[in-house]
Design a protein around this ligand. Structure first.
Ligand code: GDP
Length: 297
């Protein structure tokens, strides 16, 4: 059995929040993710090329950090949750101020509530002449989302992803929410993480984007991930930089995996390669058995 026991309180340190953006199609999720990426103070200095690895982390002027899952769409959120890889701390619900609440907005509200996640409403496209933020706030009430202006506790903010307005305020609200949650993890232990996405890269072999959930993942670490195993050959961040290690809430591409894992798989660092192979082989056996029993007679 792998060591997945909870950490002692004394070992816990603050970690950045992990944010997922949800909302109706065309309401501006991708645009907002792009605009927020631009708030990163180290991106320019890094000199690397922006990589779309399924998540990115921004470092703000005050040195604090926020991780954004860059996989807009409710499917990723629900699929990861169904697999026990519930990595999101905060949901930002994007609602276009001209369009108002639409079916996928309501779906997103329901998913967020079912997951018990705090929500921040970003009323987007506020630059448009037919924007009506107040109507959005009123319609939200019908779905039991009471924003502050309506006497409730859900934070809301008017933004324009296009004109890049309201972004600082949105970030402040995310930070405020994160502070209330006192998000913590133990960085000084063998790492664990969740696979955000994975692919077979022509040049690099199997590559998985892993969000570190606790511990610090290092180059050279031996691990199991789903039914695969490996030894970290390289860690690459969303700025294309090669890292030596990745700490909690950090998303990184992991190279050196025996095969391609699935989104939602858990990565765990183990003591040695024979142990890693043993766990992976056991899991492959279980998978095979599942498929055989599931096969129609
Ligand atoms: P997604 O489907 O939710 O990811 O939405 P996109 O980010 O792809 O945006 C859909 C469309 O709305 C695109 O044509 C964007 O340029 C436009 N859009 C996004 N944000 C804004 C905004 O703040 N103002 C205006 N006027 N247009 C926006």
């Amino acid at each position: 059995v792998l060591d997945t026991a909870p950490d002692a309180d004394a070992d816990l340190r603050p970690r950045p929040p992990v944010v997922t953006i949800m909302g109706h199609v065309d309401h501006g999720k991708t645009s907002l993710l792009d605009a927020l990426r631009g708030t990163d103070v180290v991106r320019g200095e890094a000199g690397g090329i922006t990589q779309h690895i399924g998540a990115y982390q921004v470092t703000l002027k005050d040195k604090s950090k926020i991780t954004f899952l860059d996989t807009p769409g409710h499917e990723a959120f629900t699929a990861m949750r169904a697999r026990g890889a519930d990595v999101t701390d905060i949901v930002v619900l994007v609602v276009a101020a001209d369009d108002g609440l639409m079916p996928q907005t309501i779906e997103a509200i329901n998913h967020t509530k079912a997951a018990g996640k705090p929500m921040i409403v970003a009323i987007n496209k506020i630059d448009k002449h037919d924007a009506n933020a107040q109507r959005v706030r009123e319609r939200l009430l019908e779905h039991d989302v009471q924003v502050e202006a309506m006497g409730g506790e859900t934070q809301d903010v008017e933004v324009s992803a296009l004109k890049k307005t309201g972004l600082d305020e949105l970030i402040e609200k995310i930070q405020l929410q994160a502070e209330l949650m006192e998000l913590k993890a133990n960085p000084d232990r063998d790492a664990e993480g969740s696979v955000i996405e994975a692919k077979l890269d022509k040049g690099r072999g199997p590559v998985a984007t892993v969000l570190v959930t606790r511990g610090t993942l290092k180059v050279g670490d031996v691990f199991v991930v789903g039914a695969e195993s490996g030894k970290v050959r390289a860690l690459v961040d969303d700025k294309g930089r090669q890292l030596k290690k990745a700490d909690p809430s950090m998303p990184v591409e992991v190279l050196g995996i025996s095969g391609t894992p699935s989104a939602g798989d858990q990565l765990q660092v183990v003591e040695n390669e024979s142990r890693a192979r043993e766990v992976a082989e056991y899991r492959q056996g279980v998978l095979l058995q599942k498929r055989t029993t599931a096969a129609p007679a």
